[in-house]
Design a binder for this molecule. Structure first.
Ligand SMILES: NC(=O)c1ccc[n+]([C@@H]2O[C@H](COP(=O)([O-])OP(=O)(O)OC[C@H]3O[C@@H](n4cnc5c(N)ncnc54)[C@H](OP(=O)(O)O)[C@@H]3O)[C@@H](O)[C@H]2O)c1
Length: 284
């Protein structure tokens, strides 16, 4: 029986990236729907769950994506609500790569630093990647400081983290070099998760830092989020710290994306969310 992936994307044009990865990861066909709203989901999911019967439904799966992560979260919720009893298919949400990127970044840091009991700082942390990475770092036992240019936005992100992941983080305002220096006092680990093409952490701050042990950056667009590193750094040692650039993280992200996609077709009731994606990243 053919493996069919129902791609539900909030963007007008469903992501070609997501579709190609799905085909590379073993889906035989991807049925792509763009501009999907939560109100469209039930009919589309009924098409998936009523066609093949519970015994064969593991050969059908759903994917939720798109650049608007908040809208995609609403779609993912609507997908779950459309299932009932045995009438369900496995589903994964990775809008704009937010879950796989956060999972890969934290797994890379965990491979070179002990996160339990560490002090971790996420700079530019209020976006979809930063919030999810903060959740994973906190769940690993790090004392987490989440930074934004605005204390209010950092607090709001912290409230979302508590509500969704049950973790506590310290919100922090850091919008210039002095603010970043203060945020990093006593830090062991730092992730820059800010918008593309913006440097958040200059080399002059991290290179002489007395306690930082590991750094990671998810921005591949110059200038990189961390000054003085290379996008391809994969645990390179620079100034006594282990360093990961966006491409060094991206290679794991792609591996994790494909592995999770393949898992969708192993059963009909998997919900492949941040926590599960992180487990795959740690095991990779
Ligand atoms: N390698 C991959 O596969 C991959 C996949 C997805 C994303 N990414 C990268 O991951 C990073 C995070 O993605 P995202 O979607 O979570 O980011 P985002 O939402 O675009 O930005 C994250 C945060 O950056 C801050 N920011 C925005 N504009 C800024 C500016 N001009 N100056 C300073 N701070 C600014 C904002 O925080 P405040 O307003 O609260 O300060 C924002 O919440 C991006 O660099 C993206 O390119 C990589």
């Amino acid at each position: 029986m053919k493996k069919l992936l129902i791609q539900l994307d909030v963007d007008r044009h469903p992501s070609a990236f997501d579709r190609i990865v799905a085909l590379d990861a073993g889906a035989d066909h991807v049925l792509s729907y763009g501009g999907v709203t939560a109100g469209d989901v039930t009919a589309l999911i009924h098409g998936a769950i009523f066609t093949r019967g519970p015994g064969d439904s593991r050969h059908t799966a759903a994917w939720v994506g798109g650049t608007d992560v908040v809208a995609a979260e609403a779609l993912a919720e609507a997908v779950q609500k459309a299932f009932f009893g045995p009438f369900r298919v496995s589903v994964m949400m990775d809008a704009n790569g937010c879950n796989t990127t956060a999972a890969a970044a934290v797994a890379r840091l965990a491979s070179v630093a002990t996160l339990g009991g560490a002090r971790a700082v996420v700079l530019g942390g209020t976006g979809p990647v930063g919030v999810r990475a903060a959740a994973l770092l906190a769940r690993e036992g790090a004392a987490l400081t989440l930074c934004s240019r605005s204390l209010e936005r950092a607090r709001t992100a912290g409230e979302r983290l508590r509500a969704r992941f049950g973790v506590d983080v310290s919100p922090c305002e850091a919008w210039d070099e002095d603010g970043v220096r203060r945020a990093l006092e006593g830090a062991d680990v730092c992730l820059t998760a800010g918008a593309a093409g913006i440097q958040f952490l200059p080399r002059a701050v991290w290179a002489p830092h007395p306690s930082l042990k590991a750094l990671a950056d998810v921005n591949a667009v110059p200038p990189l989020g961390i000054g003085g590193i290379e996008a391809g750094d994969k645990g390179a040692e620079r100034d006594g710290k282990r360093v990961f650039g966006a491409l060094g993280i991206g290679s794991l992200k792609m591996k994790v994306h494909r592995a999770c996609l393949a898992q969708l077709f192993e059963r009909n009731d998997a919900v492949i969310d941040l926590e599960r994606i992180y487990d795959v990243a740690r095991a990779s």
